[in-house]
Ligand binder design. Sequence first.
Ligand SMILES: NC(=O)c1ccc[n+]([C@@H]2O[C@H](COP(=O)([O-])OP(=O)(O)OC[C@H]3O[C@@H](n4cnc5c(N)ncnc54)[C@H](OP(=O)(O)O)[C@@H]3O)[C@@H](O)[C@H]2O)c1
Length: 257
Amino acid sequence: MSNLATVITGASSGIGEQLAKQLASQEPQTLVLVARRAEKLNTLAEQLRQTHSIRVEVISLDLEQVGAAQQLVKAVQDLGLEIDTLINNAGFGLNDLFADMPLERIQGMMQLNMVALTELCHAVLPAMRQRKQGRIMNIASIAAFQSCPKFAAYAATKAYVLSLSEALAYEEKTNGIKVTAICPGATATAFHDVAGTNGTLLTKIMDSAEDVARSALKALNTGKPVLVTGAINKPLPFFNRLLPRQCVVWVAGKINQ
Ligand SMILES: NC(=O)c1ccc[n+]([C@@H]2O[C@H](COP(=O)([O-])OP(=O)(O)OC[C@H]3O[C@@H](n4cnc5c(N)ncnc54)[C@H](OP(=O)(O)O)[C@@H]3O)[C@@H](O)[C@H]2O)c1
C-alpha cells in the first residue's frame, strides 16, 4: 500500500471538511485531517473510513503557534506517511477597523494564514521534487485582489497567499508539481461567525462550501494556477485591473460595511 498522503488543514468545518469528503470519494489516497477541534475531526474521519474504506488520520494542532508547521510535518512522518498533496485551507478573517483589533489576533491570523502555510509549502517541496510529483492547494480569497477596508490585514494575508502560490506554480511546473491558489468569494461557512461578518452586505449572496470544494479540486487536478470560484466573483479581478485603485478600495469598503 502507498504511503503517500493528502494533508488538509482546517478540515473540521466549512470548505476543508467538504474538500475531505469529496477527496475521499474521488481518490484512494490516505487523508490526514488537521485542525484544533479533535472531536470534529475524529467524527469526520470515522465517517470517511466507513463510507470509503480509506485510511484517515487525525492531527489536532493549533497552527497559530510558532513551530506548528514543523510539528505537523513530523507528526505526518511519524505516521509513516509522505505528503503528496498539501491543502493549506485553515485560515480566518477579522472584520473591524484595523486599529480597533487586538494585535494578538492580527498576529495569530498572520501566523496561520501566511507563516504556517509558507512553512508547510517549503517543507513539502523538496520531496515532491524528488518524486517529480505533488500537488499544493492554497486557499486565498477574492479579497486577495484588492485592499479591503475593515478586512485590511486579512485581505493582505490573502494577497500574500495568492502572490506566493502563483510564483510557486511557475517555479515548480517543470518539476511535476501543481500549485493552485483558490480564491473563493463569500461562502456559507463558520468563517463569518469568526470574522463577525454575518448580516453584512458581503454575506447576502454566498456560494456553498460544497460548490467551492468541487471547483477547487477540479482546478487542482488540471493544474490551474489561480481559480476564482463562483460566477459572480469571476469577473472581479478583471474589473479591478481596469478601475483606478482608489475606486476599487471604495467599492470594497462599501460592500464590507
Ligand atoms: N467562507 C468564506 O466566505 C471565505 C471566503 C474566502 C476565503 N475563505 C478561506 O477559506 C478557508 C476556509 O475557511 P472556511 O470558510 O471553511 O471557514 P471555517 O468553516 O471557519 O473553517 C476554518 C477552518 O480552519 C481551522 N482553523 C482555524 N484556526 C486554526 C488554527 N489556529 N489551527 C488550525 N486550524 C485552524 C478551523 O478548525 P478549528 O477551529 O477546529 O481549528 C476550520 O476547520 C480560510 O482560509 C478562509 O480564509 C473563506
